[in-house]
Write a protein that binds this ligand. Sequence first.
Ligand code: NAP
Length: 251
Amino acid sequence: MRVLLLGGTTEGAALARALAGNSRVRARLSLAGATRAPRPQPLPTRIGGFGGVAGLVEYLRAECIGAVVDATHPFAAQMTRHAAEAAGRCGLPLLRVDRPAWLPQPGDNWAEFPDMTSLAAALGAAPRRVLLTVGQKELAPFRAAPWHHYVIRSVDPPAADVLPPDAEVLTATGPFALEDERALLRRHRIGLLVTKNSGGAATAAKLTAAREMGLPVRLLARPPAPEGLARVPDVAGALGWLHALLAERGV
Ligand code: NAP
């Protein structure tokens, strides 16, 4: 059975490793092309958008895809919507791998915001030293609060036109260890952490470090996901779903 795996995440990479060499599944990984040098994956990989829902429908038909696994990031809401619509139009089974959101623990000082503009405004009038781990697409709203000092951690260097004026850029790719996150917060004298509620273990250590140091955390809330999708929280669940599908199809 041919499977399209929409990736760009830890789960996508883990599924690619798990499906490589599986004789019953011919999986192909799809990446958006958002990072300049994605880590090589052990599956045939295509890179770049499909050209909206119509392009994805065309691709699914041309490649005789039998099932789609959407392991894109929780904030890749457009791709998830497109996958749902295209799989629906083609009558294909679709699974969403939806890692659970992070939840506050005792001792946390968290506030969630529905959009980055309101979050940036809520940083307040007093200058602060802010660690931003939000991705390049979400940086521009902080230009409206230029009196803060921003330490921006990003996989690739962001374009200059999205950066707030007082910004320091650190390029790094997770996973991040707790001791390194503690050291980062101390070294840069961070007073507040801003992140998306991405969930997952790979980038959770910063939240533990912030809790230990009593730092406030401001999070962008998850975008709503399309209703009625089959979903699992992790890679094991996705493999279980695929095996059940193969058995049902007699593959
Ligand atoms: P998005 O806003 O939902 O998608 C924008 C467009 O990018 C989609 O309409 C699609 O273009 C293309 N696209 C997205 N994911 C794709 C994939 N896996 N394969 C082929 N095309 C894809 O997505 P995004 O938030 O920009 O994320 C882009 C990629 O980065 C995703 O693969 C996601 O898993 C990964 N990522 C995102 C975040 C985040 O915070 N958003 C964090 C880590 C990793 P067409 O309409 O032309 O098909």
